[in-house]
Write a protein of this length. Structure first.
Length: 117
């Protein structure tokens, strides 16, 4: 009987706009940066927030997502809160930033800066 291996589903989906923004960030990254990292620190009125920062070293439990413009690391402690989410980059006349459609979020604050699971 043949063994069938399934491709592991992505922890996080990225839109083309998010991938382009990661490429732009990496194009002007500090010399020691190896990618950008998404984490969900405890912050805001709902409990958790999305944070994207440059990263200089990979942690063993971090999820790596290779994009055409650089590597996105997802914090190992945050991955359970993000599985199945979509990360997008949105710009309009007044704001610009990463936007997340997260099926795990049970609620968010009025300003959209934090969420709860």
């Amino acid at each position: 009987m043949a063994t069938v291996t399934r491709e592991r589903p992505k922890a996080l989906n990225l839109t083309p706009a998010a991938e382009a923004r990661i490429a732009a960030l990496m194009a002007r990254a500090p010399e020691d940066a190896i990618g950008v990292k998404l984490s969900t620190p405890r912050r805001g009125c709902s409990g958790l927030a999305y944070s994207v920062d440059y990263v200089t070293e990979a942690k063993p439990l971090d999820e790596r997502i290779e994009t055409p413009g650089g590597t996105l690391f997802v914090d190992g402690g945050s991955i359970l809160y993000l599985i199945g989410s979509t990360m997008d980059w949105v710009e309009d006349d007044f704001t610009a930033g990463f936007v997340f459609q997260n099926p795990n979020a049970k609620g968010s604050c009025g300003c959209g800066e934090s969420f709860t699971v």
